[in-house]
Design a protein around this ligand. Structure first.
Ligand code: PHE
Length: 362
């Protein structure tokens, strides 16, 4: 409708806004239709900009309202609001719908059929450490041992005092302990022997358990040392009748299973661990064949595997064991066993993330 310049100003405004509102109501059907057919967020955004955006048709019409009489404001305001609301709710509904469409489409494209054959022959595998821990656990489970855990952050009571290593004992120095900042008595355990104490305190006798876990010492990383490594701890205790003979038998069974040979020869060599009496070093016979190590009971050389001994009376005392008690304990380094079994000469290979190593030793 043409604007008549001879009308009073308020009437001209009335006409202008009425025209705008009618225009909007006429287009509303088209907008709603476009919204209901929009397939992308972008399409919706365009309609939004055109209608209720900052300079959208509706927004501008709203701005005109302020020049009108109160009655006109009410009349046209209501009609504009209705149009705005229907656009907003239509957009919101469609938005939800598009979201669902997008997700459905994505799922359709990302479907993974795990029953299809592997094409490139690349399978994942468990890490050597995981495989080895599982094998060792299976072995001891089959021999009636409990497999228990202990914390890696320990107090020096469990790591040292209770194991008959008092404050100024030289053995503390040789452990190169990581102490926790600001916590004087708290450390990263230097061996798994702490689990011996925790188990005796918690379970009392008899005990037949192993524990496998991480241990820490402040050593420079080189081909045979790592500041983090794993140990296997064993503890068998009863009121009486547990002897070095039982210890030796248990060690033999383990070494044979671990290296997958029928028979092995074990030697217990006197040594010193404050928490054992007597303490001993565990060796086993092997030979070298074409530069490779082979564990065999007729081997001509001795290989050092770990420590062992009969539990020291002070350890029983510190663990709250009263009355007679007798038993043995042993401790092995897991990485050393892995290196021997897989023929690895550098411990860093075990912790390297190079997939080629992992695949090779899988
Ligand atoms: N805890 C000892 C170490 O870390 C190993 C050990 C365990 C020795 C049990 C004897 C008995 O070296």
């Amino acid at each position: 409708m043409a604007i008549c310049y001879n009308l009073p100003v308020f009437q001209m405004r009335h006409l202008k806004v009425m025209q705008a509102v009618e225009d909007i109501e006429g287009k509303l059907v088209r907008w709603l239709d476009s919204i209901s057919r929009a397939l992308t967020f972008h399409e919706l955004e365009l309609i939004k900009v055109e209608t209720i955006g900052k300079s959208g048709v509706l927004t501008l019409a709203f701005k005109e309202l302020m020049h009108l009489s109160i009655d006109d404001k009410k009349l046209f305001g209501e009609r504009l609001n209705r149009a705005k609301n229907s656009i907003e709710s239509a957009i919101a509904n469609r938005l939800k719908h598009i979201e669902i469409l997008t997700i459905t489409e994505k799922l359709k494209n990302e479907t993974l059929d795990i029953t299809l054959p592997v094409v490139n022959g690349q399978f994942g595998s468990l890490h050597m450490i995981t495989q080895t821990v599982r094998r060792i656990r299976d072995h001891y489970h089959s021999r009636g041992f409990l497999v228990l855990d202990g914390p890696e952050i320990e107090s020096d009571f469990f790591n040292f005092d209770a194991l008959n290593i008092p404050k100024h004992h030289p053995a503390r120095q040789s452990h190169d302990t990581f102490y926790l900042d600001g916590l004087e008595e708290t450390l990263l355990r230097t061996h798994t022997s702490c689990v011996q104490i925790r188990t005796m305190m918690k379970m009392g006798l008899p005990i037949r358990m192993i524990s496998i876990g991480k241990t820490y010492r402040n050593d420079q990383l080189d081909s045979t040392h790592s500041p983090m490594f794993h140990q296997i701890e064993g503890l068998v205790v009863d009121r009486k009748g547990i002897t070095i003979g039982h210890l030796k038998n248990e060690l033999k069974k383990f070494v044979a299973t671990f290296f997958e040979v029928d028979e092995v020869d074990i030697r217990l060599r006197p040594s010193y661990f404050p928490f054992t009496e007597p303490g001993m070093e565990v060796d086993c016979r092997y030979t070298k064949e074409n530069g490779r190590l082979r564990i065999t009971k007729d081997g001509d050389r001795w290989l050092e595997l770990g420590g062992a001994g009969m539990v020291h009376p002070n350890v029983f005392k510190a663990s709250g064991i009263e009355g007679p008690a007798q038993g043995f304990a042993f401790g092995f380094g897991l990485e050393r066993l892995i290196m021997l079994r897989y023929g690895i000469s550098d411990i860093r290979v075990i912790f390297d993330t190079d997939v080629r190593y992992l695949q090779h030793y899988a």
